[in-house]
Design a protein around this ligand. Structure first.
Ligand code: NDP
Length: 464
């Protein structure tokens, strides 16, 4: 039998890579994990975690305003971008340390280097230009921001990577895209006092979400002062003579801004990885093709997380890693379950969602019932803030199963997590109806919508 330097070699120290390496090492396997940048990956280092810290930072000016309605007088407030970035960097460094220690304590070997495949069992460590061999290999290199190389002037633009490290807060920003990152950063920058414009090619932001969430968020963002341009794209970005950047759009608009940020999706990060040398197949986007068990066409090489372009979410990568361990090292073949993934958009207001949108459900089922509530949250009464929460349940008329739950408003992400458990368990509308409300909360609305707002039958809306 061939002998290898390692039982498992993991390329990429992000969410999926770290989890698989740590668990495999904990089971006594000889494991190495290589990371070319920083352990923790996109989520921890320049994604979900610092983003959420920025979201918190950007909410304070509204908190200060709201306080007045509750009897508080808040003194003059000032915001210091450099202080925020420094505090964020400190926290990210702490988390990276935890990731490293978790791996070390489990007995995995950490390699701070880029790693590339030389053949199906051999990996080159770029820093030392040495090679090692492994019985099994996991590709967990994640994704990179789409640089939109076809756009003249793209090199003048930033992506989310740079947004976390700007030396100064811009006075104005133009953000291209209508997905998670564009919408979240538009709200962050606006909340920090930046004049913010969002430009999106489609009819409405957040194309894959329920229409009530999309329209409700759009309205709320515009009411705050974020400018949203739809059915338009940037065609060219140039340096303005007076400083800053000028973007020319397809419809002929000219937008001048200190920064232009591209948030146009993320591509699988496989370039130069040597996949072809190992015989690993990729699709036209460069994503590693895997089967239901995250196995590539080379039986001992696996791929997890964003690099496979299945569902680009941290918890999904972690789940895929845990399934890999069950399948390969615990003798319990387990394929990741990608159905009913609850998710949140940390816009302001937030969106929390799980399951089918009304549009998707109406296409798949003969008759659906839609329960919808739109109301002013209690906190907004005394603060006087004009804001609305939207809650929505999409139910299959035939068996009363809840197919989708969608929330726009404070803590929507927190609620989505619990709704995710319910929908996963196959909850029906009758279960919601016989659940006692928690009062006074916003979430109680979910269990007190007794009558459908409308039905959709054969694609036609039926009111009453
Ligand atoms: P998304 O896929 O969410 O959005 C990409 C946006 O770019 C879409 O609006 C898309 O339009 C638009 N777009 C793509 N190509 C072009 C183009 N050539 N010209 C103009 N517009 C274009 O990607 P993000 O970059 O926002 O985020 C990447 C992934 O990261 C997300 O899919 C998500 O899974 C994950 N993420 C999750 C977060 C969370 O859980 N809260 C937060 C941030 C990221 P269209 O819709 O028309 O295709």
């Amino acid at each position: 039998m061939a002998s290898y330097d390692y039982d498992l070699f993991v390329i990429g120290g992000g969410s999926g890579g770290v989890r698989s390496a740590r668990l495999a090492a904990g089971l006594g396997k000889k494991v190495a994990i290589a990371e070319e940048y920083r352990f923790g990956g996109t989520c921890v280092i320049r994604g979900c975690v610092p983003k959420k810290l920025f979201v918190y930072a950007s909410q304070f000016h509204e908190h200060f305003e709201d306080a007045a309605g509750y009897g508080w007088t808040v003194g003059e407030s000032r915001f210091d971008w450099t202080a925020l970035v420094a505090a964020k960097d400190k926290e990210i460094a702490r988390l990276e340390g935890l990731y490293r220690r978790g791996l070390e304590n489990a007995g995995a070997e950490l390699l701070d280097t880029r790693a590339e495949l030389v053949d199906a069992h051999t990996i080159r460590l770029v820093k030392t230009d040495t090679t090692v061999t492994a019985e099994r290999i996991i590709i967990a290199t994640g994704g990179t921001a789409n640089p939109h190389a076809a756009l003249p002037g793209h090199e003048l633009c930033i992506t989310s990577n740079e947004a976390f490290h700007l030396t100064e807060l811009p006075k104005s920003i133009l953000i291209a895209g209508g997905g998670y990152i564009a919408v979240e950063f538009a709200n962050i920058f606006h909340g920090l006092g930046v004049e913010t414009t969002l430009i999106y090619r489609g009819q409405e932001i957040l194309s894959r979400f329920d229409h009530d969430m999309r329209q409700g968020l759009h309205k709320a963002m515009e009411a705050k002062g974020i400018r949203i341009l739809l059915t338009d794209i940037i065609e060219e970005v140039t340096q303005s003579p007076a400083g800053g950047l000028t973007a020319r759009t397809k419809t002929g608009a000219t937008i001048v801004a200190d920064q232009v940020m591209l948030a146009l999706g993320r591509d699988p990060y496989t370039k130069g990885l040597g996949l072809e040398k190992a015989g690993v197949a990729v699709d036209e986007r460069g994503a590693v093709i895997v089967d239901a068990y995250s196995r590539t066409n080379v039986p001992h090489i696996f791929a997890l997380g964003d690099v496979t372009d299945r569902v680009q979410l941290t918890p999904v990568a972690i789940h895929e890693a845990m399934c890999f361990i069950e399948t390969e090292y615990r003798g319990n073949p387990t394929s990741p379950d990608h159905d009913l993934i609850a998710t949140a958009v940390f816009s302001q207001p937030e969106i929390g969602t799980v399951g089918l949108s009304e549009e998707e459900a109406a296409q798949r089922f003969d008759e659906i019932e839609v329960y919808r509530a739109e109301f002013r949250p209690m906190k907004a009464t005394l603060s006087g803030r004009a804001e609305k929460m939207i809650m929505k349940l999409v139910v299959n008329g035939a068996d009363r199963k809840v197919l989708g739950a969608h929330i726009l408003g404070h803590d929507a992400g927190e609620m989505a997590q619990l709704l995710g458990v319910s929908l996963k368990a196959g909850v029906t509308k009758d279960d919601f109806d016989r659940t006692m409300a928690v009062h006074p909360t916003a979430a109680e609305e979910l269990v007190t919508m007794y009558k459908p707002s409308y039905r959709v039958k054969g694609g036609q809306r039926i009111d009453g």
